[in-house]
Unconditional design. Structure first.
Length: 68
């Protein structure tokens, strides 16, 4: 993950509440379109993901990898 560079800015209002170790991964997942955040422009990094949210991320990843 350290070698991945993205020019996308953090667009989530609550990103400062995310753990330091997770921020780059969240930014990359957002840049790849795997995670979109909430309608209120937050990411809610301390909340649990629902099954539906997890499935959506896996489905987007499979599409990105062209295996679905």
């Amino acid at each position: 993950m350290d070698k991945i560079i993205t020019t996308q800015e953090i667009r989530f209002k609550d990103m400062d509440t995310a753990s330091e170790w997770a921020r780059k991964s969240v930014t990359v997942a957002d840049a790849l379109g795997l995670m979109n955040g909430m309608p209120d422009k937050t990411f809610r990094p301390k909340s649990y993901a629902t099954r539906a949210e997890a499935v959506a991320v896996v489905k987007r990843l499979m599409k990105l990898l062209d295996i679905f």
